[in-house]
Design a protein around this ligand. Structure first.
Ligand code: SAH
Length: 346
């Protein structure tokens, strides 16, 4: 199989170019085109010689997913992109430009194996496959390129792994991607601009976060094993005690915290008793709670907690000195909001 230059680390790219009898400095030039200028079309690379372009075309490929559809939310100015992979599968990414902060929410899998009851991805698509480095970073490259060309935004400033899929079940490709996101010669993002969201796979969680020191969000949503296992079957294998123990191993800088995502479902987990339970559970951790109104999905009959109970829940947590934000879920009218990633076409 022809190797894709976008699936390589800096070192691998260097060996690939050396194997073509090219000089070392070419590596940096290509790397800059890909990750800083968001250009993957050799024709646009003005400082790359014709002979090198030919050699690359003969020996390697340069491939990222292709944008096939874009919808813009009229409510909040977010954009949903559909991208097509080499094997004709569709992935979704969301771009959220808010003044200087330009956030992209990327997918790491096509579908998801976790089957959380409230999330459209697992229940409607099932699990198809993991995305590789070129497909994960390719979402950012393709969309940043498009955003610049169309004057939507300049450089993407924040990356959240909160699209389709479970990042900790595709850790190899997430790790390769994170290295290039952090590399000053790559995307050059600082560690605090990258967030990984997990449903709570504990095997390598703290090791990974402690190694790269990126931000962590945990989709907790329920504070008892009974409820959590019912709605998030992954909790059976990784119950709360195990999860909390793992979170305690994370070394946080002075200003850092773990974000706890908590989906508020009417009459299921939105009472003040639930809030008390949550506080008890998280007692030993440095956290911020992000309350998420539920975005309706087809197969899950629950409704979102009311505005009033969301406010009461938030007020109660704040009265116990817990930092709280309420997510303004972007992209609801384009089905780009959390849990609404579902592609019937796959
Ligand atoms: N698998 C990872 C990454 C997906 S992130 C994780 O679970 O964290 C997607 C976020 O949206 C998660 O917090 C998820 O629990 C939340 N979510 C899923 N379905 C939702 C829905 N219908 N409404 C609101 N949030 C939802």
């Amino acid at each position: 199989m022809t190797k894709n230059l976008l699936n390589m680390s800096l070192e691998e790219l260097e060996s690939a170019l050396l194997s073509l009898k090219e000089q070392k400095y070419r590596t940096k030039q290509l790397y800059t085109w890909f990750y800083q200028k968001h250009v993957t079309d050799l024709n646009q690379m003005s400082n790359i010689s014709v002979s090198l372009k030919e050699k690359i075309l003969q020996n390697f490929e340069i491939k990222i997913p292709e944008i096939t559809d874009i919808s813009r939310s009229l409510k909040d100015n977010s954009y949903k992109f559909l991208l097509k992979t080499h094997d004709n599968k569709l992935i979704e990414s969301i771009l959220m430009p808010v003044k200087d902060r330009v956030t992209i929410c990327v997918s790491c899998m096509i579908g998801c194996p976790l089957k959380c009851k409230f999330c459209a991805t697992g229940s409607q698509i099932g699990f198809i496959r993991k995305l590789d480095q070129s497909e994960i970073l390719g979402q950012i490259i393709a969309i940043n390129h498009y955003a610049k060309e169309n004057n939507i935004a300049q450089n993407i400033s924040n990356v959240v792994f909160m699209g389709m899929g479970e990042p900790l079940l595709n850790l190899e490709n997430i790790e390769k991607s994170v290295k290039i996101l952090l590399d000053p010669n790559g995307f050059g993002l600082s560690r605090s601009k990258i967030t990984l969201s997990t449903a709570g796979i504990t095997d390598k969680l703290s090791d990974f976060i402690n190694k790269y020191r990126i931000k962590l969000a945990v989709s907790l949503h329920f504070s008892t094993d009974e409820q959590r296992s019912k709605f998030m079957p992954i909790n059976i294998k990784y119950p709360l005690k195990k999860l909390i123990e793992e979170l305690k191993k994370i070394v946080l800088a002075k200003r850092d915290y773990i974000t706890i995502e908590y989906l508020l479902l009417k009459d299921i987990n939105d009472s003040l008793d639930n809030a008390k339970q949550l506080i008890r559970l998280l007692d030993s951790l440095k956290i911020k709670v992000n309350l998420i109104p539920y975005n309706p999905t087809k197969d899950f009959p629950a409704t979102s907690a009311s505005e009033e109970s969301i406010n009461n829940f938030a007020k109660f947590l704040r009265s116990k000195n817990i930092m709280v934000t309420v997510r303004r879920s972007l992209g609801q009218d384009i089905e780009g909001a959390c849990g609404q990633f579902a592609l019937k076409k796959n």
